[in-house]
Design a protein. Structure first.
Length: 302
């Protein structure tokens, strides 16, 4: 009886079965790669130099759908559900120092990618600049979209996941769709731009088995380390483009200028009437700016 009680306490509740989520959100070109004890969900489309796209917290590779369609005409575009999110799900070890940059090194090796360009949004922005700093031979150029790095106060819905037992509690409660939809809409400068199918995808990925607890572990790791160690930024020599939505309600636009000051070879582009996710909210404009930057002064690109 005692063992049954313990098992009951450890059981996740209200999760949407993985196969059901796959039926809804796998793409025709979805692929999987076994790495570090996970089945990594990724897309690999187009031909040419490699462009790696990294999503942010609570998101998935679907956030890059428009960019992938546009930029795969020029590059081999690889995007993935980062460990602890999306269809990939929890990393067996949770999160630890340099976990993501070391993972990206192994992931690119597994796909035979010797060098690439990288773009990352929010938490994926942190992964991007840490990867560029620690593996400079792998990253030729990179783009940061409303990237995490410098200290900021996150919304209460995020910071609440850092408190003790938050992951346990979250994995045993049914998150109201209306609440999550409201959080996602707050990422947009113009919330009416977001599509219902995007909201549904965010909800389903959050409710994938294990993702609520793993997301809490990531937030708790960041809280316990008082944010991110930005000292490596000054050692980055690769060209960088910093893109930011002026109406970002999560990470202030002032951080764009802090990144530009910290990274020796960086420039910025600021978008009016745009929030935290330019690649979703204004995909054509942001992809065009990204393309111009990646093609610039690079004889290997056409």
């Amino acid at each position: 009886m005692f063992q049954r009680a313990l098992a009951s306490l450890s059981e996740e509740r209200f999760a949407i079965p993985l196969e059901e989520i796959k039926q809804r959100h796998e793409l025709p070109d979805s692929k999987y790669l076994e790495l570090q004890g996970m089945k990594i969900h990724y897309r690999d489309v187009g031909q040419g130099p490699v462009l790696l796209l990294l999503h942010g917290m609570f998101s998935s590779l679907h956030t890059w759908n428009d960019w992938s369609d546009i930029l795969s005409k020029h590059f081999r575009v690889i995007c993935l559900d980062n460990p602890n999110y999306g269809l990939t799900g929890p990393h067996p070890k949770g999160v630890y120092k340099h976990m993501y940059s070391d993972f990206l090194n192994e992931f690119t090796d597994a796909l035979g990618v010797e060098t690439c360009m990288v773009a990352g949004n929010s938490l994926g922005g942190w992964m991007t600049w840490d990867f560029a700093a620690r593996y400079p031979h792998k990253v030729s150029k990179f783009v940061l979209l409303d990237a995490a790095g410098f200290f900021f106060i996150p919304p209460a819905t995020i910071s609440s996941l850092a408190v003790p037992f938050a992951g346990w509690s979250a994995s045993r409660m049914k998150i109201p769709r209306k609440a999550l939809y409201g959080s996602v809409r707050s990422l947009y400068g113009q919330p009416d731009r977001i599509k219902k199918e995007q909201l549904e995808c965010y909800y389903d990925m959050m409710m994938r088995p294990g993702n609520r607890a793993s997301a809490a572990r990531v937030v708790r790791y960041i809280r316990n380390n008082v944010g991110f160690d930005t000292r490596p930024l000054k050692n980055i020599t690769q060209p960088a483009l910093i893109m930011w939505g002026k109406q970002d309600a999560w990470i202030p636009v002032a951080h764009a200028h802090r990144f530009a000051k910290a990274i020796p070879n960086a420039r910025t582009v600021i978008y009016d009437n745009c929030g935290h996710m330019p690649m979703e909210e204004i995909p054509e404009q942001s992809a065009a700016d990204c393309l111009a930057f990646l093609l610039e002064n690079n004889r290997f690109l056409t």
